[in-house]
Design a protein around this ligand. Structure first.
Ligand code: SF4
Ligand code: SF4
Ligand code: FES
Length: 535
């Protein structure tokens, strides 16, 4: 592929070189200067309608909209001159004429770009004394409410539906100061990816019904993670309040999900807050499961596993670390490991290549396969008489307790105790994806890290820690102190993961070796661990 020509310019006195065709606004970001903007979003076509991004370009007669003006060699750009500031202040004043300023009851408060830029460079007071325009709140269908009084008509929502979702639902209705966002007759925001309009809206005009009045933005804790709900592996942020997950939002990753996530993944978080969790190690004594110390539980499980054929039914929602350690449990025992996965209809996001809600509704199907687990609709079909059956976070839905009788012993290593496994000999409680750190491998073999967002319930421990200790008790392995230690071991022993580490994965991931993408995507990968701006 031909190299793109580089263009050199200065922005606020800082020299910058960017590829030809870059906008001034994006070039400014490259040197850490955020030019205020509303209609511009890197995941949408440029509209140039809000005029909030005006800057001064030396020798140009007028101020330039930096989102729609491309860089040129030798260009001198000034963002914070009196002329540019005055123009942007004027734009803000017009936007606030009809804005209700109901920040104290607005869900967007604290993460609102109108608030941010007004504080940054708007007027301290309003000169407008007339009654403000009023339009009632409208249900846009799906998860979305529209509050027209707050709308600044940036058209991000319209462009997302038209140009990215390819589903024409929204339009700009009316004109002049009566303009507002309307829905075409008979249409609703029910597209499987429609919820992204709420993230894209820079103000509190589009709200999630699910998140409505749940929390103020400043009460939330945010952690980088990976959506566990299908094999696409969209990068997400898990937001918690008082240790409960209250919202999932997309986290940008050019190679996986751009700036978006689907509604199925977005809404599928309540199970992370389940309260009927396994919270203490249990061992069956005198016919009943009784709580014991971790050491006793680990050694009880190890004594059952010793010298036995081990058969594992694993959830493909478990991390690479857990699945690898489970494969080590089976190793040398003559046993096997299987997994099953819920499926549903595939739902692509038409305007983004290779982005879809995938048929397999679990994050780590590829990881399970790489570690030797076999996909099976009947997970107990190959269970041998006298095997030790390890249920690793499969919920055993559709399986009866009688189906387990061929096993000599049943050990549950899971977040819950499934009804069908209530006669198990040992239960070792583990944390779920929101409560531990680890990695998933997506359908294309991209390995991505997720972080812990909330505390473990009761005495539950991370899956990698429990399984590492179990291998230790079996004499197969020294225990691990960190999930990164487990990953290092995976990279040393599994050819597909060779050369990878938590550090090299960063927070955007890298492909495993058998994936063509590895050499190309590895170049220039950021190792940043924080939350990136979606603007
Ligand atoms: S609803 Fe939000 S995204 Fe849509 S035009 Fe209004 S301010 Fe922009
Ligand atoms: S496409 Fe899959 S990974 Fe992405 S948000 Fe939806 S369910 Fe989650
Ligand atoms: S005109 Fe540039 S961000 Fe709107």
């Amino acid at each position: 592929m031909a190299e793109r020509k580089m263009v050199s310019l200065t922005i606020e006195g800082r020299p910058v070189s960017v590829p030809e065709g870059t906008s001034i606004l994006e070039a400014a970001k490259a040197v850490g200067i955020l030019i205020p903007h509303y209609c511009y979003h890197p995941g949408l076509p440029v509209a140039g309608v809000c005029r909030m991004c005006l800057v001064e370009v030396e020798k140009a007669p007028k101020l330039a909209a930096s989102c729609a003006t491309l860089v040129a060699d030798g260009q001198v750009v000034r963002v914070h001159t009196e002329r540019a500031l005055e123009a942007r202040k004027g734009v803000l004043e017009f936007l606030l004429i009809n804005h209700p300023l109901d920040c104290p009851i607005c869900d967007q408060s604290g993460e609102c770009e109108l608030q941010d830029y007004t504080y940054q460079e708007g007027r301290a007071d309003s000169r407008y004394r007339d009654p403000k325009r009023f339009n009632p709140v409208e249900d846009f269908g799906g998860d979305v409410l529209y509050v027209p009084n707050r709308c600044i008509l940036c058209t991000r929502c319209v462009r997302f539906m038209d140009d990215v979702a390819h589903d024409t639902v929204l339009n700009v209705s009316e004109r002049g100061d009566r303009a507002l966002i309307g829905k075409f007759e008979g249409k609703d925001l029910t597209h499987p990816w429609a919820g992204n309009v709420v993230d894209l809206c820079p103000v509190g005009a589009l709200l999630s019904k699910d998140f409505l009045n749940k929390a103020r933005a400043w009460e939330l804790d945010r952690v980088a993670s990976v959506c566990p709900s299908c094999t696409q592996g969209c990068n997400i942020t898990i937001e918690t309040r008082d240790s409960a997950v209250v919202r999932l939002k997309p986290r940008p990753n050019e190679d996986v999900n751009k700036f978006f996530m689907c509604d199925y993944g977005r809404m599928n978080y309540r199970w992370m807050n389940r309260t009927d969790r396994a919270e203490s190690p249990l061992v069956r004594t005198e016919g009943a499961l009784r709580g014991i110390d971790w050491d006793v539980g680990i050694h009880a499980a190890a004594s059952l596993l010793r010298e036995r054929r081990v058969f594992v039914v694993a959830s493909p929602k478990l991390s690479n670390e857990a699945l690898y350690l489970l494969s080590r449990l089976i190793e040398g025992s003559g046993g096997a490991g299987v997994f099953r996965v819920d499926t549903g209809d595939e739902a692509p996001l038409a305007g983004v290549e290779d982005l879809a809600l995938r048929r397999d509704r679990a994050a780590n199907v590829k990881g399970a396969e790489l570690f030797g687990f076999e996909r099976s609709e009947s997970p107990l079909a190959k269970l041998g008489d006298g095997d030790v059956l390890v249920i690793a976070d499969d919920d055993l839905d559709g399986i009866a307790a009688d189906d387990l009788v061929r096993a000599a012993q049943v050990i549950v290593i899971g977040t819950t105790l499934p009804e069908a496994a209530k006669d198990a000999a040992v239960l070792l409680p583990i944390t779920n994806v929101a409560e531990e750190e680890g990695t998933f491998t997506n359908l294309h073999g991209r390995v991505q890290r997720f972080m812990q967002a909330k505390p473990a319930p009761g005495l539950a421990r991370p899956s990698w820690l429990v399984l590492g200790d179990l291998l230790g008790a079996l004499g197969k392995q020294n225990g691990f102190y960190l999930p990164s230690d487990v990953f290092t071991r995976i990279a040393e022993s599994h050819p597909a993961f060779s050369g990878l580490s938590y550090d090299s994965l960063g927070m955007r991931g890298l492909p495993v070796l058998d994936s063509d993408a590895r050499t190309t995507t590895r170049m220039g990968e950021g190792l940043g661990m924080g939350q990136e701006a979606t603007r």
